[in-house]
Design a protein around this ligand. Structure first.
Ligand SMILES: [Zn+2]
Ligand SMILES: [Zn+2]
Length: 238
């Protein structure tokens, strides 16, 4: 059987905000759902692969910020697929305001707009991950979900063959929110709850052989760029 393909879903243009579709034969897994109202953009990507909502077997949330979980409720109704999130992310899925530790001036300005704290249709995940790692091989998908805390306490990454990983907001690249320009240049996302935990999680992914890091904002980044970023995170503590 062919290896699963990772298709980037442009929720915002220029790599500013990405969700991902993992396509494996006639089955697909959606990783992150984008801002509220992203259903049409996700459907366009499904159609590109000759798929429909019912081909989506699972939705995985890397974390529950509005730009990743905002359409989860709507997608659930369309796909009937369960939503999987880590147990430590459940409070954010049900409306607890996120802790926003801005990583720089853009994050601070962005925070003032209130956009990231806007309410969105809340939900209870159907599959709540409590272990450090969860394999989906028994469901026909050669991939693993790994708990990689730091950006938020319940952030997870999705590891696939050939060193590919969807790492959510563990890192970003580009300018401002991410994407746009200089996309091979790593940067911190606008917010990060625990900088050193982010560094440790990225190191874990490097140790697991990750070579290509697909990101929510900007990316993808190579392992070398991630190593540079980890060094920067360990050097500059805020
Ligand atoms: Zn985030
Ligand atoms: Zn994000």
């Amino acid at each position: 059987m062919t290896k699963p393909h990772i298709e980037t879903i442009p929720i915002l243009p220029l790599g500013m905000l990405n969700s991902f579709l993992i396509v494996h034969g006639d089955d697909a897994i959606l990783v992150d759902t984008g801002l509220p109202g992203s259903e049409a953009k996700i459907f366009k990507t499904l159609k590109k692969h000759g798929l429909s909502w019912l081909n989506v077997k699972l939705t995985i949330l890397t974390h529950a910020h509005i730009d990743h979980a905002g359409s989860a409720f709507g997608i659930k109704a369309l796909t009937a697929a369960p939503i999987c999130a880590h147990v430590l992310e459940v409070p954010y899925c049900s409306g607890q305001p996120p802790k926003l530790a801005a990583t720089g001036p853009f994050g601070r300005t962005f925070q003032k707009t209130g956009a990231i704290e806007r309410p969105f249709p809340y939900f209870k995940p159907d599959e709540i991950m409590t272990a450090g790692e969860m394999g989906l091989e028994d469901r026909g998908f050669p991939l693993k979900i790994i708990h990689t805390p730091g950006h938020t306490p319940g952030s997870v990454s999705v590891l696939l063959e050939n060193g590919r990983v969807i790492a959510g907001d563990l890192a970003a690249s580009g300018v401002l929110l991410g994407g746009i320009l200089m996309r091979s240049k790593p940067k911190r996302p606008p917010f990060e709850e625990d900088q050193l935990a982010v560094a440790t999680s990225l190191e874990l992914l490097l140790q697991r052989g990750c070579k290509t890091f697909y990101l929510g904002h900007g990316g993808p980044l190579s392992a070398d760029r991630i190593k540079e970023h980890v060094s920067a995170l360990r050097r500059v503590q805020v």
